[in-house]
Design a protein around this ligand. Structure first.
Ligand SMILES: C[S@@+](CC[C@H](N)C(=O)[O-])C[C@H]1O[C@@H](n2cnc3c(N)ncnc32)[C@H](O)[C@@H]1O
Length: 272
């Protein structure tokens, strides 16, 4: 059993500490809700395993991940500059006493890829967050590192994607997924993060991404779910705020207000 009992419990707990967020890190409200839905999906699917974060800072996303793990699932943390005293207080505030095993590497992720010290995590990670050095080289390095570790039904999340402050992160991710050896496929771009899964698990996660906006919407937040349908586009979903008269669902250049119309169109036209 994880420390957070339900997705609502997780969201409420994070909101309580969000005001203490230190600039340079933390999770926005939409990512808090989306991650709660993703961890709930993994729970429903019986997906068990550890988690890894590269780039811990003051521990906001790391402690939120930790709250979704059970005491028999390990959390592995990597940060070149921060030390336990920088992030432990956030864990304590969010979670109180933590039984989850936490292994911290105060190291550069380039070194960890070279020396193989993370190899014991191979096929044991269900959730990975890459939020370390935001250079193109580092994003490629970190993706290559975790591509060798992720379990078959796990996911990798890359922070600061499609973001004008950090265009090199997008460059690194697109370079990496074009490599022939890459075993990760994006299934979702949302709220400045990209989500990737193994090719065999991709369709399940992408189908979740198509419907998750119903869980995220409320009276004040409305979203557009953009679905790509060309054979040469990997079929991923983009979620963004529904502004400027956007429909709820869209294919390239075509909009729908309800999911059944989108699904009917996909059945007839999709080139996968
Ligand atoms: C944006 S912050 C992480 C924010 C954190 N995930 C959160 O949600 O609050 C980036 C972190 O990456 C670490 N970092 C930068 N370069 C790194 C590298 N090459 N290897 C490992 N960690 C690195 C920094 O020390 C910093 O703590």
């Amino acid at each position: 059993m994880s420390l957070f009992k339900t997705p609502e419990d997780a969201i409420r707990a994070y909101k309580r500490i969000a005001a203490d967020n230190v600039p340079g890190g933390g999770l926005g409200d939409e990512n808090v809700r989306l991650w709660a839905a993703l961890f709930e999906l993994q729970r429903q699917n019986g997906t068990k395993g550890g988690a890894l974060e590269i780039g811990v800072w003051h521990g906001f996303s790391a402690s939120y991940i930790c709250g979704h793990l059970s005491a028999d699932e390990e959390l592995v943390l990597v940060d070149k500059f921060m030390r336990e005293q920088h992030f432990r207080p956030t864990f304590n505030k969010l979670l109180g006493e933590v039984d989850t095993p936490i292994r911290f590497f105060p190291d550069d992720s380039f070194e960890l890829k070279k020396d193989g010290r993370l190899t014991p995590c191979q096929d044991k990670l269900r959730f990975v967050h890459i939020d370390g050095e935001h250079s193109r080289e580092a994003v490629e390095n970190d993706l290559e590192l975790v591509d060798g570790l992720l379990q078959d039904d796990g996911i990798v999340v890359v922070d600061d994607m499609l973001y004008f402050h950090t265009p090199q992160v997008s460059h690194g991710l697109f370079s990496y997924i074009n490599r022939s050896a890459c075993q990760l496929k994006p299934f979702l771009f949302a709220f400045n993060k990209c989500y990737l899964a193994r090719p065999d698990a991709h369709a399940n996660y992408r189908d979740f991404a198509v419907t998750v906006i119903d869980q995220l919407e409320d009276d004040t937040h409305k979203y557009n779910c953009a679905f790509s349908h060309r054979r040469l586009d990997p079929a991923y979903v983009g979620i963004s705020a529904r502004e400027y008269g956007l429909p709820k669902y869209s294919f390239v250049n075509i909009g729908f207000d309800d999911l059944p119309s989108l699904q009917a169109y996909a059945r007839e036209n999709i080139e996968e």
